[in-house]
Write a protein that binds this ligand. Structure first.
Ligand SMILES: [Zn+2]
Length: 371
């Protein structure tokens, strides 16, 4: 019995070692993981037979025969991520390597009704069919929403941006026939960025979307806090007695840096706001954007003072800030008492669908960790 447990543990350890990018020879894996060479060889044969790894090439030799190198099969498993926002619905399918195999985004206002969930079910089935993936390799669906969700990823403890009645998870389960769990939108997007960054460096993610939120990611994991509310940066006060926030308080960052602060000037079309801003013919847009960045800079400075890590700007606004990163850094640098340049402010890797990808990552991660 003990031997079987150890064999299973070795199989998982070897798979994770290869999955996380350490392409090495069997002998190097044996040395690194302190597993005997015959056991490594045996487990590699099992992983190959299960379609999880493949012989991807040969390593450079310092003499003698070249050793085989092994890599994870990208399409060994798949997961779906769904991002539900107040006005839109997005679906993605990712593989083991976080490649987006299929994606679809549509305007679809959320409503807590059977009609909405029937539509959601139909879109899930349509995407699974058209993507052509093998459903035996499909792990499940992560659903990202602008809500605060408890550790069980089923119980929603706070939802103001979208109207929800009780027991959402149970009602959704009546329409979704696959395993699924619910995740906070900003946490999901932060997780996707965390997986795209150096996992050894803790990173703080500032989500600038339809709402403002954030996440702290370390070693590919979200740091949730006691109530899974870590990174609720949208409700930091940056203007006492300032503009009213949807939470009921005044002066919250959300009231100054949500996407609508910009897109309200272009009929909810954020892309058009940035197009007109780049054209430079509208001084009003320039003023609005400058005011936006001034408030954003205060928030980034406060986050830097409390988290002392890189700060990645994401969400739909973050995706557009690449062209303005020098301006953002200059504004933050003027507020920073410790260092010049604010090089720790970065723009996001995922320009679209970070929340959907991050929600899907949960299932890929669980598969990798539990093998
Ligand atoms: Zn607020």
């Amino acid at each position: 019995m003990a031997k079987d447990v150890s064999r299973t543990r070795d199989l998982g350890s070897i798979f994770r070692y290869i999955y996380y990018g350490k392409t090495q020879s069997r002998q190097q894996i044996a040395d690194k993981l302190c597993i005997s060479l015959p056991t490594v060889t045996h487990n590699i044969e099992i992983l190959i037979s299960q379609g999880l790894i493949y012989k991807s090439g040969e390593l450079e030799s310092t003499g003698g025969r070249k050793a085989n190198a092994y890599s994870c099969v990208p399409d060994a498993r798949f997961a779906m991520g769904i991002d539900i926002t107040r006005h839109h619905l997005s679906l993605v399918i990712i593989n083991m390597r976080m490649d987006i195999i299929a994606k679809k985004r549509m305007r679809c206002p959320f409503s807590d009704t059977p009609e909405y969930f029937e539509h959601l079910r139909d879109e899930i089935d349509l995407m699974l069919s058209t993507s052509g993936i093998n459903r035996d390799l499909f792990l499940g669906i992560g659903v990202s929403m602008p809500v605060i969700v408890a550790r069980d990823h089923k119980t929603i403890s706070y939802a103001t941006v979208i109207n929800l009645s009780d027991n959402l998870y149970e009602r959704m389960a009546g329409y979704i026939e696959y395993p699924f769990l619910i995740f906070n939108d900003a946490n999901s997007a932060g997780l996707a960025e965390g997986w795209a960054s150096d996992p050894k460096e803790a990173m703080t993610y500032l989500f600038l979307g339809a709402t403002v939120g954030g996440a702290r990611v370390s070693d590919r994991k979200i740091i949730g806090g006691d109530n899974w509310r870590f990174g609720e940066f949208g409700h930091m006060c940056i203007e006492p007695e300032g503009k009213l926030c949807y939470c009921g308080q005044r002066g919250c960052l959300d009231a100054y840096c949500a996407a609508s602060v910009l897109s309200d000037f272009t009929n909810e079309n954020l892309g058009r706001f940035f197009e007109e801003l780049a054209e430079g013919n509208n001084p009003g847009f320039k003023r609005v954007f400058d005011d936006y960045l001034n408030h954003l800079a205060i928030a980034i400075k406060n986050i830097r003072m409390s988290c002392d890590s890189d700060i990645v700007l994401g969400g739909i606004v973050g995706a557009y800030l690449t062209d303005y990163i020098d301006t953002v850094r200059a504004k933050v640098s003027r507020l920073d008492p410790f260092e010049n340049g604010a090089r720790y402010v970065k723009t996001c890797h995922y320009r679209v669908e970070a929340s959907a990808v991050g929600a899907a990552i949960h299932y890929i991660n669980r598969f990798v960790e539990e093998l």
